[in-house]
Design a protein around this ligand. Structure first.
Ligand SMILES: [Zn+2]
Length: 327
């Protein structure tokens, strides 16, 4: 005697009725990269379909997202080299690139949910994620916490709906929570990049964000990709410090980490389907070696199956279109 699992697979309706996980347009968050200027629309060669956009072009993009039913964006600033300095001053300026962009986006699209990436690597001339300790030649954790609190308040005052600190500084969630609460932003949620691995999958992002470190790498603050238990410790610590959502980045090569965190934390999880994952699928499509749409849906569904609620993805618009096509 053996169990006949195929009984439940033979009828198409029954197969659909028994589907354990669903994809919804409500799960999707689209990343946008803002640059100074007007009518700027620079396509990134390693990421076809992804652009650096000036604010006027971002607003057109938001219109398109609204049409597709996508409810949230995550916003990154891409600062021109001449405006960068050692402490990322533009990120601490009420009239800086992100602050101006936020105000315009929220004015034109008040109901669009705007998440801001909070870090310094796009604003520092050395390309690291905070203030450098000149002797140790690595990011000074506690000094970076101080300026991160200032940056968070700038985002909050400019209209951010959620703040996502991505620099992997210890104590960042608690620091931001306290700073926001003290200024009356106690209802502004924090999505912690709890498990951000030092990953080669970020390669194309650095083209789009012009944020490669000018020396060294980020392994003294981002996580070693060999470690899973450490990701769980980081996540539980962020939960304790007051994170409202936890993020795992990258996604596809880290499904075990997503699953493990979803088994141990009750907070909603978000995954970042990163630039290298996007570029690989696009390259596969271009070479004609995969059925792109089906591989894409299967990839995104794997994040849901692993336990993610939300998915940040450069594919978000394509997925939204596919969901209506297959609905
Ligand atoms: Zn950074």
């Amino acid at each position: 005697m053996f169990k006949r699992f195929r009984r439940l697979r033979l009828n198409e309706n029954l197969r659909l009725m028994l589907e354990e996980n669903y994809l919804s347009v409500n799960d999707l968050i689209y990343p946008l990269f803002v640059v100074d200027g007007k009518n700027v629309r620079n396509e990134i060669s390693s990421m076809p379909g992804v652009f650096q956009l000036s604010i006027d072009e971002i607003l057109k993009e938001c219109k398109e997202l609204e049409r597709l039913g996508i409810k949230a964006i995550i916003l990154f600033g891409v600062l021109e080299e001449a405006k960068k300095d050692s402490v990322g001053s533009d990120a601490l300026n009420e009239e800086g690139l992100i602050a101006r962009s936020l105000k315009e986006i929220k004015r034109a699209f008040p109901s669009l949910f705007v998440i801001t990436d909070l870090c310094f690597c796009e604003y520092t001339d050395h390309g690291h994620c905070g203030i450098i300790d000149p002797i140790k030649q690595t990011v000074d954790n506690d000094l970076t916490l101080e300026i991160s609190a200032k940056q968070a308040l700038i985002h909050a005052r400019a209209g951010a709906d959620m703040i996502a600190p991505s620099g992997m500084m210890d104590g960042i969630v608690g620091t931001l929570r306290k700073a926001l609460d003290e200024e009356g932003f106690e209802n502004l949620p924090i999505m912690a990049y709890s498990s951000k691995f030092a990953s080669a999958f970020y390669g194309p992002f650095r083209d789009v964000a012009n944020s490669s470190p000018s020396y060294g790498d980020r392994r003294s603050y981002q996580m070693n990709f060999a470690n899973g238990k450490e990701a769980l410790l980081e996540s539980l610590e962020d939960e304790k410090q007051g994170a409202d959502l936890l993020m795992i980045k990258p996604a596809l090569a880290y499904l075990d980490v997503i699953k493990d965190i979803s088994n141990h934390s009750k907070l909603p999880l978000c995954v970042y389907n990163v630039s290298g994952e996007y570029a690989l699928l696009k390259a596969g499509a271009r070479l004609g070696v995969i059925d792109y749409e089906r591989v894409l849906l299967e990839t995104v569904m794997s994040f849901k199956r692993a336990g993610a609620k939300l998915i940040i993805s450069y594919h978000a618009k394509e997925v939204a279109n596919l969901l209506t096509k297959f609905a």
